[in-house]
Design a protein around this ligand. Structure first.
Ligand code: ATP
Ligand code: MG
Length: 575
């Protein structure tokens, strides 16, 4: 799909109630035809193979949904495999977070949790086998020398002077590499393929390098570590994977994937490439996300502005929304960029259907209802969901002093302003009609307090005599409201393509300085028991969830997403 038709698809998805299902993308078609020909005896077995060198992000979500999704649809299996071959960058913190994130998104690997490091001995034996077949050799060239001799797209590479060592010498040197006799970088094991191959990947790729470093799982058992291309295909083979789904940058590596398996004559899965997810206003590169964390541009991997699964979870995004997003973006064979609004659409759609409704005031002005008794508290029963009674209801206290949203009042209302202004009557949601008598200003001319009267006959927000009020606004009792900190998030990056930075600048310069605004708000008392992480709708304001930074004294809420204006609908219902 071209990037143009992709963004059209995003737009039409945003306006259509049905979600297009990915029933027939090229990967599923391929699997169907393999099943039809009994190529893998009708088995479907995929894997999600993260390297534990960072937290998972939205791009990984696409891969998780694809691998676990395809397996489920075809009655197959999907493994979780840590591709942990680089001891220097990997860590158990990442392993733990990845397991949590995959599970949260709905990936179920059952008892098939694997680590490439579990195969180190087997991979080593395979390497000796390649040496014995004359298909691998120990090279003394340095990494730079190897690079220099590799040639270019238009020029063949040159063979290493060590390429024709005898099998015995190669075996001896490789065993001594394993035994720790040589320092880092002194030698590598290379496949003996073709230095003139048009595919640079095939010009005697490195299979093993020396790294005297402790591994997070194997400790100091090894000082040589297998390279990704070598490890990946053999891990797939050992696990009986049928379809090895990976992103497009591995197209050229497929030839090597096939070469290794063919050379060893072992079980041979099919690698299939698909386009990575790119998203506007978003960075999806682990290296850059690490930089954001390490340089303190965000509060951590789970900062709610991060495109990480842990960040999205903390922000209150439900996993269903991400699965829907992945289903809608579909699969393509060429790279494109998805509009961020598509993700927001999926989040809103999910939360609109499932988030309980509550009231909160983010920018308060006090309202005093002069004719309401000072010592009276009434309770109004309010449904948690207007369309689904199964959500139940809660009692919301109403008192003489309330808070309303500053924006719902104007001293000088523009035309067609249907909310509160001096002399105007509005409905307080589910409570009463009130009329504003007077606005009291502070010394700066800012509205400090509104003096109002209420109509006792409009109890429950019902018109007593058929007279209409056009505005309905939300409110929180000043006596019963809970003070809270609310964090309003914008895009982490100010530019649509954060990677595009002018000369001398980097993606860091594209950070949005206004990506976080914090306000002091008032919440209705029912929110005292809100669980961390589950979003509710603050009526008319958006979706919010309690953050883990909350204390008993001060709850903290994250804005998950803004709301498209549901105002018109609301008025119709109550009017
Ligand atoms: P690195 O930049 O470190 O190579 P990576 O993003 O490739 O990182 P991996 O841990 O190797 O990270 O990824 C695990 C799986 O997720 C791989 O199969 C990879 O292809 C897939 N994946 C990673 N990023 C994306 C993306 N943006 N879109 C789709 N799939 C992705
Ligand atoms: Mg990778």
């Amino acid at each position: 799909m071209s990037s143009e038709s992709r963004s059209n698809a995003a737009q039409s998805a945003a306006s259509s109630p049905e979600s297009p299902r990915t029933g027939q993308d090229f990967i599923r078609a391929r699997i169907q035809s393999d099943n039809a020909s009994q190529r893998f005896e009708g088995r479907v077995h995929t894997r999600f193979p993260p390297e534990p060198n960072g937290y998972l992000h939205l791009g990984h979500a696409k891969s998780i949904c694809l691998n676990f999704g395809v397996a489920a649809e075809f009655g197959g299996l999907c493994n979780l495999r840590f591709d942990d071959t680089n001891p220097v960058k990997e860590d158990t913190e990442y392993v733990d977070s990845i397991r949590e994130d995959v599970r949260w998104l709905g990936g179920d690997w059952q008892d098939r949790l694997y680590y490439a490091s579990d195969y180190f001995e087997q991979l080593y034996q395979y390497a000796e086998q390649l040496i014995r077949m004359g298909k691998a050799y120990v090279d003394d060239l340095s990494a730079e020398e190897i690079r220099a001799l590799r040639g270019t797209l238009t020029e063949a590479g040159q063979e290493s002077p060590w390429r024709d060592r005898s099998v015995e010498e190669n075996l001896d040197l490789f065993r001594r590499m394993r035994a720790g006799e040589f320092p880092d970088g002194a030698k590598v094991l290379r496949a003996k393929i073709d230095m003139a191959s048009p595919n640079l990947v095939m010009r005697d790729p490195t299979l093993y390098r020396i790294r005297h470093a402790a591994h997070h799982r194997t400790g100091n058992a090894w000082c040589i570590y297998p390279m990704y291309d070598y490890t990946h295909c053999l891990s797939d083979s050992l696990e009986g994977i049928t379809h090895s789904l990976c992103t497009l940058e591995f197209v050229n590596n497929r030839e090597l994937y096939d070469w290794v398996l063919d050379a060893l004559g072992v079980y041979h899965p099919q690698q299939i490439e698909f386009a990575r997810l790119n998203l506007t206003y978003t960075i999806l590169s682990k290296r850059k996300l690490i930089q954001l964390v390490q340089e303190g541009h965000v509060s951590g991997w789970d900062d709610p502005r991060m495109p990480t699964l842990s960040g999205l979870r903390r922000r209150g995004v439900p996993p269903e929304a991400l699965r829907e997003f992945c289903a809608r973006i579909g699969l393509a064979r060429s790279d494109s960029t998805v509009d961020y609004s598509m993700l927001e659409f999926c989040i809103r759609e999910q939360l609109n259907a499932h988030a309980p409704r509550v009231m909160a005031v983010l920018d308060p002005i006090k309202v005093v209802i002069e004719n309401y008794p000072e010592d009276l508290t009434e309770e109004f029963d309010m449904p948690y969901h207007p369309e689904d009674a199964s959500y139940g209801s809660r009692k919301v206290p109403f008192t003489r002093e309330l808070y309303i949203e500053r924006d719902d009042f104007r001293l000088d209302p523009p035309q067609k302003f249907h909310r509160l202004f001096p002399g105007a009557e509005v409905r307080l949601r589910y409570a009463y009609f009130i009329t504003c008598r007077e606005a009291i200003l502070d010394e700066h001319g800012e509205v400090r307090e509104l003096r109002c009267i209420y109509d006792p006959a409009s109890r429950g927000g019902q018109s007593p005599d058929g007279r209409k009020v056009k505005g309905t606004i939300h409110w929180v009792s000043a006596a019963h409201g809970i003070p809270a900190e609310v964090r309003l998030y914008g895009q982490l990056f100010a530019t649509e393509n954060p990677d595009a930075a002018p000369e001398g600048k980097t993606f860091i310069d594209n950070l949005n300085p206004e990506s976080l605004r914090t306000v002091q708000a008032w919440l209705e008392p029912a929110l005292a028991d809100a669980p961390v992480g589950r979003s509710v709708q603050f009526e008319r304001l958006g979706y919010f969830c309690k953050d883990k930074d909350s204390t008993p004294e001060l709850p903290v809420f994250n804005r998950t997403a803004t709301l498209r204006d549901t105002w018109a609908k609301l008025e119709k219902k109550e009017g």
